[in-house]
Write a protein that binds this ligand. Structure first.
Ligand code: SF4
Ligand code: SF4
Length: 242
């Protein structure tokens, strides 16, 4: 089993995702895939990418679903990726030390050289954001594009995750939650950002900014959505219908 860092550093890096402005275009998904799998030795596996039966390890997915009908109806887009939790079970269950949390900035990563592909971390993560890569047999997840955000060869304005760079509606924001003046801290405070399923004890760092009430037809309440999406999507339903 793997320990979490005892002395946490000054930063808590993660995303803030705006559910009000996300249009479900998947630009963040394809940009993530391009940056992390553009080339054979890249870390994300991609099998039959342009043929029937395409499969791959995706670090970022967007779920879209309909809620309500007529004027009360709306389409909800919910991007899902690692929240870089403070006390993540995905790390502590790892039998080899492959899954780890960085002390200095809180990013949760996988050391591919130590990963044996046992899948324990994917089972332990309640958010379903880890996938086993069938190409090289190791676990893949969002790295917050660690090879971009500290990359001094990139212009300063581009040292953000690829998904943040690509989003056409600026629904994705990146920053340090320990800095009250960072864009993620400010937006979360101003927009009542929320953390997903906090009762599960993972202490997720990333937040979601709820849709603005004005976007909903006046006086309309969203009806309960019946779906087989499991606990995560039931929880999303509850948050969006508050
Ligand atoms: Fe681990 Fe899942 Fe939290 Fe990411 S969201 S740190 S994979 S428990
Ligand atoms: Fe650790 Fe890899 Fe197993 Fe996940 S799949 S628990 S990272 S060894």
């Amino acid at each position: 089993m793997t320990s979490l860092p005892e002395n946490r550093g000054p930063k808590r890096l993660a995303l803030a995702i705006d559910l009000d402005t996300c249009v479900g275009c998947h630009a963040c998904v394809t940009s993530c895939k391009e940056w992390n799998a553009g080339g054979d030795p890249a870390p994300l596996g991609d099998v039959n990418a342009y043929q029937a039966g395409q499969r791959g390890a995706w670090a970022n997915r967007v779920f879209s679903y309909e809620a309500g009908e007529g004027e009360a109806g709306r389409t909800v887009h919910f991007p899902k990726n690692c929240l870089h939790c403070e006390t993540p079970d995905c790390v502590t269950v790892c039998p080899t030390g492959a899954s780890f949390k960085r002390a200095e900035d809180g990013i949760v990563l996988v050391d591919y050289d130590k990963c044996i592909g046992c899948n324990l971390c994917a089972w332990a993560c309640p958010y379903g954001v880890r996938e086993l890569d069938e190409v090289d047999g190791t676990m893949k997840k969002c790295t917050l594009c660690i090879d971009r955000i500290y990359n001094l060869n990139l212009p300063e304005g581009e040292r953000v995750p690829a998904c943040v760079m690509a989003c056409p509606t600026k629904a994705r924001h990146f920053g340090d939650y320990n800095d009250p003046d960072s864009v993620v801290s400010r937006l979360s405070a101003e927009r009542r950002g929320f953390r997903v399923m906090e009762d599960l004890g993972q202490q997720p760092t990333g937040t979601y900014l709820p849709p603005r009430p004005g976007k909903r037809a006046e006086g309309a309440a969203l009806p309960k959505v019946e779906h087989g999406g499991g606990r995560f999507l039931r929880w999303v339903d509850r948050m969006l219908t508050r």
